[in-house]
Design a protein around this ligand. Structure first.
Ligand SMILES: [Zn+2]
Ligand SMILES: [Zn+2]
Ligand SMILES: [Zn+2]
Length: 739
C-alpha cells in the first residue's frame, strides 16, 4: 500500500484498534494541493513527536503529510469519531522543530497552500523508498596475471584516489583507458564490486593558507558559528578573490567540531556544480550530497534519506534543497546570491535567497550570502547594518581591468540585413584569431532566432495558446512560455506566403554569422539547448582550456565560474537586456550580467577587451560599467528605487488574475481594485499582463506596494472580494518577473 516500510505502529485503515488513553488528533499538512490543514486521528501506543510523517487518505487518495499540531482526543472539541485515521510512518526521522517553523512560515509568507513546502520536501509528493547502497570498484584478492600499461593505470588510479568509482566508465575515464580494460579486470576478479557503507563520510581536510582579508572574514563567521547565533553575512569579492575558500574554512570548522552538523550550500544553477564539487572533494576528501533537478532517480532517493538520517554532512543544492529534512543545520551559504533563478516562478513562488535567511533564523545559524554584484535588497541590508559586510581583497587592479568600449547599435547599423555583429567586434575577433587568443561572443538568447517573420503580411508566427512569439530552434518553432512546439511551417499560417524567415539574433544565428566572417575558425555554442548536463558543460570548459575553441558563443551559463586564461576578448551582442521595457530590475540585472561577462576577459596576465553593443549608450549604468565601479552603480540604483518608492524601500506583491474568459478576468480584477482599502498601501492596475495570454488563460495583473507588513490585510482583502470560481488569483510576493 505504501512505498515505505511502515513498522511497529502500522495499523490498516478502517481497523479501529483503540487504545483509549493514547489517541491523538493530529493536524496534518499534506503533499496534496488542498487549501487547508486537515485533522486526523492517530491510534498509537505512545505519544508521537510533532513533525512526524503520517500516511493519510484524502478523498480516495493515499498521501503523506507532516504532523503540524497535536492534541489528546479527550480535549478535542469536535467529534473525533468522524475523523479518518492517520498511520504513523515511523522509520522516517521527524521534521525538526526548526523545520516545522520553516514549513509554516514559508507557506504563509508566500500565500502558498499549507502543503506546498511539504510537497517540496518530498520526492514527487511521496516519501521515497530506501534504495540499496551504491557499489564501488575496489581491488579484489586475485593477483594480476599479466601487467600492461593500461592495466597499471587502472590499478594506480584505484590505489591513489579517494574517489569512489561507482561505474566502470567512471574508473576508465579517470585512468584514461578504454572501458574494456576495466571490464577485463572485473571478469578476472582483479577488481570487484564493494558496497559503499551507509555511514557519514570520513574526511581529510586540506585547506590552503588564507590571505589577510579571507582570514578576517572566516574569523567573523567562525565566531557566529561558535556562539550558535543567527547572523547574515554578505561575503563580497570579485571572481578569484577566494570567497569559496572562506566558506570552506567554515565548513571545515563545523565538520571537525560537531559530528552531527550539517551544512547547506545553495547554488543557482546546475552549470555551477561540477567545478565546485570537484574543488570540494579535493579539499575535504569526500563527495558532498547533491540536490538538483538533474539528479538521477536513485541518487535522489538515496540523498533524501541520507539528509533525513543526518548522514549527509554537506549538501550542495538548488533552491529546493531548502525544504529537505535536516537534523542539525549549522551553516547556510548562498552562492551568487543576486541570481534571479533563486526565485521560483510557479506554484510555490518563494525566493530561495530570502528563504535561506529565514531558515538560518529558525536554526539560529549563520547565513553567508556571496556575490561580486549583490542584489539591491542585500546591499541595502548591508547599508542598514542588518547584514555584516565581509570584504575580500582582489578588486580589479589596473593590470587586469579590461578595456571596455560601447558600440552604438544605431550608428553601426546592427540588425540591418539581419546581421547582428558590429564591425568593431568583428575586427576585435579577427585580431584575437591572428594572435591565437580566444573570444567570447555573448548574448542572452538561445535558439536560432527570436522570431519567424512573414515577408508577405509582415506578421510574426505566434504561439496558438499564448500571447507570445514562437522562437526558432533548428527545424522547430518553440514557445518558451508553455512549451508548445511544431515544425517550422512552409507557409505563413495567416496569408499563405512562403516568404517566412527567422529574424533577430539567437546563439545559432550568431554562430552562422561568425562563420561567414571566419570560415576556418573553430566556433562552439554553449546555451541551454546545447549544454544540458554537467558533462556537456565540462566538455566545453575542457575544450576552451585546451585551446580547441577559438570563438565561444554563449548565453549566461558561460558567464559563471569558469576561468580561461587565453580568453582576451568579450563581445556582447545584446547589452540592453530589457532596459527598454523599464522593468524594475532591468538595470540591476543588466549590470550584474555585463559585469560578470566583462570579468571573463583577460583575468590572467593578458589585458582583456570588452565591447558592448547597445541601443542606449547614454544609460547611466554604462558609465559605472566603463569604470567598473560597482558601488557607484549600487548607489545610483538605490537612489532611483527610493525616488520611485520601489523595493527594497517598499514591499511589493503582485496579483495575477487568470481564466479562460477574458471578460470575467477583467471583471474580477476590477472588483479586486475597487475593494482595496489597505491603509498605507497603494494598488496599481489592473492591467492586462504583458503576457496577456498563457496556456489559453487570459491574464491581468495588479501590483500592491506598501511600506508596512501587509499579509493579514491582503488575506482579508482577497477573502472579502467576490471572485468567480472560473477565475484564479495567484499572489506573487516580492515579485521578480512581471510578465
Ligand atoms: Zn528556445
Ligand atoms: Zn503572412
Ligand atoms: Zn505558448
Amino acid at each position: 500500500m505504501f512505498t515505505v516500510k511502515v513498522t511497529s505502529s502500522f495499523i490498516r485503515f478502517n481497523t479501529k484498534v483503540v487504545h483509549q488513553s493514547n489517541n491523538f488528533i493530529v493536524t496534518v499538512a499534506t503533499s496534496l494541493a488542498v487549501p487547508k490543514l486537515l485533522d486526523y486521528v492517530l491510534y498509537v501506543e505512545s505519544k508521537p513527536v510533532l513533525g512526524s510523517f503520517v500516511a493519510i487518505e484524502v478523498g480516495t487518495k493515499q498521501v503523506f503529510g507532516v504532523v503540524i499540531k497535536m492534541q489528546e482526543v479527550s480535549s478535542f472539541l469536535g467529534d473525533a469519531s468522524k475523523l479518518k485515521e492517520a498511520v504513523l510512518v515511523d522509520d522516517v526521522p521527524a521534521v525538526s522543530e526548526q523545520g516545522l517553523n520553516f514549513l509554516r512560515f514559508s507557506s504563509r509568507y508566500t500565500f502558498a497552500l499549507p502543503g506546498d513546502p511539504v510537497r517540496a520536501s518530498l520526492i514527487a509528493g511521496k516519501i521515497p523508498e530506501q534504495v540499496e547502497p551504491d557499489k564501488k570498484l575496489v581491488l579484489g584478492n586475485v593477483p594480476l596475471d599479466k601487467r600492461t600499461s593500461t592495466r597499471d593505470k587502472v590499478i594506480n588510479v584505484l590505489t591513489h584516489s579517494a574517489h569512489a568509482f561507482t561505474s566502470q566508465a567512471m574508473l576508465a575515464e579517470a585512468a584514461g583507458v578504454g572501458v574494456s580494460v576495466v571490464k577485463g579486470l572485473l571478469i578476472k576478479g582483479v577488481l570487484v564490486w564493494e558496497e559503499i557503507p551507509d555511514v557519514k563520510p570520513s574526511f581529510h581536510i586540506q585547506l590552503p593558507d588564507l590571505n589577510a582579508s579571507q582570514k578576517a572574514s572566516a574569523a567573523e563567521i567562525a565566531s557566529a558559528l561558535s556562539l550558535k547565533k543567527h547572523q547574515t553575512f554578505f561575503l563580497d569579492g570579485v571572481m578569484g578573490s577566494g570567497k569559496t575558500e572562506v566558506y570552506f574554512d567554515s565548513i571545515a570548522r563545523l565538520l571537525e567540531e560537531d559530528d552531527t552538523s550539517q551544512v547547506l550550500l545553495l547554488v543557482p544553477e546546475i552549470a555551477l556544480t561540477p567545478q565546485l564539487v570537484g574543488r570540494f572533494e579535493k579539499r575535504f576528501g569526500f563527495i558532498p550530497t547533491l540536490w538538483h533537478s538533474n539528479l538521477g532517480e536513485k541518487a535522489r532517493k538515496r540523498n533524501w534519506w541520507h539528509i533525513a538520517k543526518g548522514l549527509s554532512r554537506v549538501v550542495i543544492g538548488a533552491r529546493s534543497a531548502l525544504f529537505l529534512n535536516y537534523q542539525n543545520l549549522r551553516l547556510i551559504v548562498v552562492d551568487e546570491e543576486h541570481d534571479s533563478s533563486y526565485k521560483q516562478e510557479e506554484v510555490f513562488r518563494y525566493h530561495g535567497r530570502d528563504m535561506a535567511v529565514t531558515l538560518g533564523h529558525f536554526w539560529k545559524c549563520p547565513v553567508v550570502l556571496c556575490s561580486a554584484t549583490p542584489s539591491l535588497e542585500t546591499w541595502n541590508n548591508v547599508l542598514l547594518g542588518r547584514y555584516k559586510h565581509l570584504m575580500l581583497d582582489g578588486r580589479y587592479g589596473n593590470a587586469t581591468l579590461p578595456h571596455l568600449k560601447l558600440v552604438d547599435m544605431k550608428e553601426s547599423k546592427v540588425g540591418k540585413g539581419d546581421k547582428w555583429i558590429s564591425a568593431p567586434i568583428v575586427q576585435a575577433i579577427k585580431e584575437r584569431l591572428e594572435k591565437g587568443e580566444q573570444s567570447l561572443v555573448f548574448l542572452n538568447r538561445r535558439g536560432v532566432a527570436p522570431l519567424l517573420i512573414c515577408g508577405g503580411c509582415g506578421d510574426r508566427v505566434g504561439c496558438p495558446s499564448c500571447d507570445a512569439s514562437l522562437v526558432v530552434h533548428k527545424s522547430y518553432l518553440i514557445c518558451h512560455h508553455c512549451g508548445f512546439h511544431e515544425e517550422i511551417p512552409k507557409k505563413c499560417p495567416k496569408c499563405d506566403s512562403e516568404k517566412l524567415r527567422a529574424f533577430g539574433p539567437g546563439t545559432r544565428k550568431i554562430k552562422q554569422e561568425l562563420e561567414t566572417y571566419f570560415p576556418t575558425a573553430r566556433i562552439a555554442v554553449a546555451d541551454s539547448d546545447s549544454v544540458k548536463t554537467d558533462r556537456q558543460m565540462g566538455d566545453v570548459v575542457a575544450k576552451m582550456e585546451k585551446g580547441e575553441i577559438d570563438i565561444l558563443v554563449g548565453t549566461q551559463m558561460v558567464a559563471k565560474g569558469h576561468h580561461f586564461p587565453e580568453l582576451t576578448f568579450v563581445g556582447i551582442i545584446d547589452g540592453d537586456m530589457g532596459l527598454a521595457r523599464g522593468e524594475l530590475r532591468a538595470a540591476e540585472r543588466t549590470f550584474q550580467v555585463l559585469m560578470q561577462v566583462a570579468g571573463r576577459a583577460g583575468r590572467a596576465a593578458k589585458k582583456g577587451e570588452v565591447m558592448i553593443q547597445t541601443h542606449d549608450p547614454n544609460h547611466p549604468l554604462f558609465e559605472c560599467l566603463l569604470q567598473m565601479d560597482r558601488d557607484k552603480f549600487l548607489k545610483m540604483e538605490l537612489q532611483s528605487r527610493k525616488l520611485w518608492q520601489d523595493p527594497p524601500f517598499k514591499k511589493q506583491m503582485a496579483f495575477i488574475v487568470s481564466g479562460k474568459d477574458e471578460r470575467s478576468v477583467a471583471f474580477a480584477s476590477k472588483a479586486l481594485a475597487n475593494n482595496f482599502h489597505i491603509s498605507n498601501a497603494e494598488v496599481l492596475g489592473p492591467a492586462p499582463a504583458p503576457l496577456a495570454k498563457l496556456r489559453d488563460q487570459f491574464r491581468y495583473r495588479l501590483l500592491v506596494k506598501s511600506g508596512d507588513k501587509m499579509h493579514d490585510a491582503v488575506q482579508k482583502w482577497l477573502g472579502s472580494t467576490k471572485i468567480p470560481s472560473s477565475v484564479r488569483v495567484v499572489v506573487d510576493v516580492d515579485p521578480v518577473s512581471f510578465y
